[in-house]
Design a binder for this molecule. Sequence first.
Ligand code: THU
Length: 161
Amino acid sequence: MKKREATVSFLEYNNVDELPATEKALVGEAVRAAAGAYAPYSHFMVGAALLLDNGDVVRGANVENAAFPSGSCAEKTALSYMVANYGGRKVVAIAIAALTEGLLTDDPVPPCGNCRQMLIEEEQRSGSPVKVILAGRSAIFVLENSQALMPLSFTGRNLRK
Ligand code: THU
């Protein structure tokens, strides 16, 4: 028996103004995306902005449903739209932000397990890292790749013998 560890390292910024310009702009896009959320049940408005390798930005927001499981997270909305409409491109980075009562949340909002799974799939599909930027008012976390969000994740490799 041996003990193994999976550690995650990420950058923490205390202010968006400390971010490199491209990342700061992507956070702005995520906040604007959040404003377009349809969240009449949770009132938790999430926005995701994907930066593509050609510089385009694809936005997504959470879309809720009276039948709760039918709703979609912001990240899932954005990634699904991206794959369907820009399938030849790669996602370089994703910024995620959420609004409650019209204000950016204090803490950065981490993606749910399903969305982590989707981000990791995107990395596998494109063969390139997807940087993750989680923006809150008190802190902004930046992870160099999505795999870091979920150690021991299930991927297509596990489907092979
Ligand atoms: N939500 C997202 O859009 N992304 C996440 O990663 C976490 C949760 C949404 C789903 C639901 O509409 C609302 O936030 C409350 O859970």
